[in-house]
Design a binder for this molecule. Structure first.
Ligand SMILES: NC(=O)C1=CN([C@@H]2O[C@H](COP(=O)(O)OP(=O)(O)OC[C@H]3O[C@@H](n4cnc5c(N)ncnc54)[C@H](OP(=O)(O)O)[C@@H]3O)[C@@H](O)[C@H]2O)[C@@H](O)CC1
Ligand SMILES: [K+]
Length: 541
């Protein structure tokens, strides 16, 4: 479970993240206006450090603070914050871990009465002493590297971090945990996981991405007045409602809700082409989750064009969702969206061919239909990919990329981006966190469910929720983000810290959506007064 929160409480539902180069350019533009950004940054950093010391060590005065200082301005921030903490009575020691250090910062700390030590990188006794100081500190400020970092931390800082990485005391990262790539969140070398990361000007994308999130702790974004100098964000992170089991405002604002006299078609009719003799449960889970998400009706389409009377899966699905219709592909009535692929084991299943090559309705393409989508892309016969939402986990994504002949990438998010570019469909990449990427270039990170959610059938539930949203007219990118968030929140509820299974997650979906929408008056339609039934302003988030 991620502990990432952010303050000050952002008014929006989404936290934007930028690339380091964009933030550096905005920094430079803002600096040119004559503002002393480092002073503002250091002041905010010192304030958060003092608060953490009060929380964890009962005060600031007399507490031991160690600054890990690298060669650049990141170290300068830490030194100036250290000077401020020293003036508040803390004992502050700076460990200079590179061959140079920010001069103004060193002078500032010395003037305030702080101690400055430069451990020799090749001297075992020096490093040992430094490691002891770090271990005994009430608070460590990581100012080794910021957005100027290239690769893993090197030199004395590397050796020291390796020795102290598992210490238990409080850690505040200055701008970002050193060793975390500000753009991708990739961690290289030893990294000190932070209790709080105080980041300057704008959240860096890497702080919000799955690979980096778990070492960030609480994220504090310090306002440096960069807004007008920043381009569009590289990505967004969806926020929860204050705890992982509470849905965030994103859902309340965007979930489609029925108008007072909406009929079932207005609510959305979903075709579910899922499950077969080998995997009947996938159909049950997808249909249950769709029903729990507010779909108007589900038409379940059995394998092999079988009639309802002879299909063995139909009775199971009907037991779970008595109001649904079981209809063979040849007789299926009107639907507004599809879920295709969960529990489909035959690569040539006619249901897959129908949805991917003949249908025009939006579709969630999962599991057994993913490779077919890749193959049809290659053959140029995938019908209207802009209506499709592909929902692979990492392994499936690799296979899709393989079928598409894409170059191997180290980071799954990069692979997903390539798949989006090649197919023209939205991709929802499942993992510890979910990442949604759209052809318009929007990337949204949705904090994941508990680790217990890595369980058979979890993806079938997600597909059902997303399918219900597509049937209601929600655009694929937005449906993906909403479904992933509701799914993760439902999983937190189902788990309550313990094991879960997919059917329990499906059971929680209805309550999560109801809680998210609870503030609205039932039957009154949309606060926005928009489209009569369900709304979608076309935004692709
Ligand atoms: N700009 C502004 O207005 C503001 C900036 N602010 C602050 O400045 C920070 C950016 O500062 P910065 O540009 O000096 O970069 P920073 O990350 O401190 O270090 C770069 C140095 O590290 C070195 N180095 C690189 N990789 C390395 C490695 N793996 N292992 C070891 N060394 C490595 C690299 O050396 P090089 O490799 O280039 O020889 C270079 O000397 C930013 O994060 C924020 O905290 C705030 O005060 C707000 C206003
Ligand atoms: K840092």
């Amino acid at each position: 479970m991620s502990t990432l929160t952010w303050t000050p409480d952002a008014p929006g539902e989404l936290l934007p993240g930028w690339r380091a180069a964009d933030v550096a350019a905005a920094d430079a533009a803002r600096l040119a206006t004559g503002v002393d950004l480092m002073a503002v940054a250091a002041h905010a950093l010192a304030g958060r450090c003092a608060a953490l010391l009060r929380e964890r060590a009962g005060g600031v005065s007399g507490r031991a603070v160690v600054l890990l200082v690298g060669p650049g301005n990141n170290g300068g921030d830490a030194l100036l914050a250290g000077a401020s903490l020293r003036r508040r009575g803390a004992g502050v020691t700076a460990l200079l871990l590179a061959d140079r250090a920010h001069e103004g910062g060193v002078a500032g700390l010395r003037a305030a009465g702080g101690r400055v030590i430069r451990p020799h990188p090749d001297d075992e006794a020096d490093l040992h002493h430094a490691a002891d100081l770090v271990r005994d500190a009430d608070l460590v400020v990581d100012g080794v590297l910021g957005i100027g970092a290239r690769g893993a931390v090197r030199g004395a800082a590397h050796d020291l971090l390796e020795r102290v990485a598992l210490r238990g005391g409080a850690v505040v990262a200055c701008d970002l945990p050193s060793g975390l790539d500000p753009d991708t969140g990739a961690l290289s070398g030893p990294v000190l996981p932070a209790d709080v990361t105080v980041t300057f000007g704008a959240a860096k994308a890497g702080l919000l991405l799955p690979r980096g999130r778990h070492v960030v702790g609480e994220l504090v974004v310090v306002d440096l007045g960069l807004e007008e100098h920043l381009p569009d964000p590289a990505l967004h992170l969806v926020r929860d409602g204050g705890a992982p089991d509470l849905p965030g405002p994103h859902v309340a604002v965007r979930w489609p809700r029925p108008w007072r006299d909406a009929d079932k078609y207005a609510r959305g009719v979903l075709g579910v082409a899922a499950g077969d003799d080998r995997y009947p449960g996938a159909a049950v889970l997808a249909c249950s989750a769709a029903a729990a998400s507010g779909v108007g009706m589900v038409r379940y389409v059995p394998a092999d064009g079988r009639a309802a009377a002879v299909d063995p899966v139909g009775p199971l699905v009907l037991r779970a969702v008595p109001e649904l219709l079981v209809q063979p592909l040849a007789d299926v009535g009107r639907v507004q969206a599809w879920v295709v692929g969960p529990g489909v084991s035959e690569p040539d299943d006619p249901r897959v061919r129908h949805v991917l090559e003949e249908a025009d309705e939006p579709a969630v393409v999962d599991a057994g239909a993913l490779q077919a989508a890749a193959r049809l892309t290659r053959e140029g016969t995938l019908r209207r990919p802009d209506r499709l939402l592909l929902t692979p986990h990492r392994g499936e994504l690799e296979r899709v990329a393989g079928v598409l002949g894409l170059e191997r990438r180290e980071d799954a998010v990069d692979t997903a981006r390539d798949v989006v570019a090649r197919t023209g469909a939205v991709v929802l990449l499942k993992g510890a966190d979910t990442v949604v990427l759209t052809p318009e270039g929007r990337t949204t990170v949705v904090p994941g469910g508990p680790p217990w959610l890595a369980t058979a059938g979890a993806g079938d539930v997600l597909a059902g929720v997303a399918g219900a949203l597509l049937a209601a007219g929600t655009a694929p990118g937005r449906a993906a983000t909403l479904a992933a968030h509701v799914h993760a929140v439902a999983a937190h509820r189902a788990s309550r810290g313990g094991p879960l299974h997919a059917a329990l997650v499906a059971d929680e979906v209805r309550g999560v959506v109801a809680d998210a929408l609870g503030a609205r008056v039932p039957g009154e339609g949309l606060a926005s007064g928009g489209a009569p039934v369900l709304w979608d302003d076309g935004a692709r988030d």
